[in-house]
Write a protein that binds this ligand. Sequence first.
Ligand SMILES: [Ca+2]
Ligand SMILES: [Ca+2]
Length: 383
Amino acid sequence: MLVTELIEENIVDCAMWSRICAFIIIVISLLSSVSGQCNGIINQLSTEDNTWQTLKYEPDYSSNIQCEWMISTNTVEHVELEIQTFGLLSKFDFLRVSDVTYDSSNNEVTTQLVELTGAGTDLAFESTNEYLKIEFTSDFSNQQNSCFEKCDGFTLRYRQKLEPDANYTGPAINECVYGSGDSDDCQNGGSCSVITPLYSKCNCPSNTTGLRCETSVLCNVELEADEAPKYIQSLNYPNYYSKDEDCFWVISSPDYIELEVTDFSFDSGSSDQVWLYDGRDENQDDFVAYMRGRFDDNGNPKTEVGRMFYSSGGYYRVKFFTDSNFEYGRGFRIRYQRRATQGPDVPIGAIMGGVMGGVVVVIVVAISGSTYHRKRKGNTQNL
Ligand SMILES: [Ca+2]
Ligand SMILES: [Ca+2]
């Protein structure tokens, strides 16, 4: 940059100092190859090729980075992007994805789709038109010293989205079907549309998203678990959750329900939480667990991702509430699925009862009951 400015301002006269100029050009090209991943333009994904291409920035990225990539297709097809992993110093280093279009005067119009910080996996995006822009910024702070989660950059992949139309002649695609099944798995009131004999897709209600309408984007709803996985998530996910949220989801099943936390990114305190109930209502007796914060009782980083829960009946209730302070957190995403049999979890009382006898159960229930009440009281005070 500095060298370029020197040339532009004629402080270095290229006509007179051709050898110096040749040297400078070599230096510039070396510098740009060193930072070759940054500020580059990735153009023209092949229209013939819908295979994934990978972009990585890892491990141990440094401070003071400002990178930008533009991913485009050379047709009116869309760009499909999957952020496979990211680990960035929370609230200081960011990965941003924007949708880019050009107006009639050819001015770039940018709409940010997501701003990510902290750690997470498996997020998918898609462009409205031919362009997606990716920006990666690391501020001056030293993420390697102050990172509590993983700060190892990111890995993503992108491709031109395959969008079959009436003229599509490739292998048959049925987006309505989950896995290798053959039944119509469009969820949450979605219906399967046969576009051509080679291509079927789900028509999804506006309060859902995903290929099979499997994700509900609203709360305060009752949802039915299916054999195919479905999802609930904090409003705005994966964008930052809002302050002053108070939301619930009731999940039902003709037999049992399995739940798995697939993403969890909250503030470090305890004022923003998810509570789980093994039942339809917010009954204290059905309370199973709370999930909150980023650290365990010893101050070590912890994650709720991967936690599994199993209903003892046909209902499960998820409650999500936040205080009046904004946080750089994505919130949560939970998979729920119908089970023919009750899951491996049985109520804590039954496990303890089987192992240690009824007297212990009474003590455990009394202790956990009083802990729960103390925590609940603390939460109420924080709110
Ligand atoms: Ca930084
Ligand atoms: Ca908060």
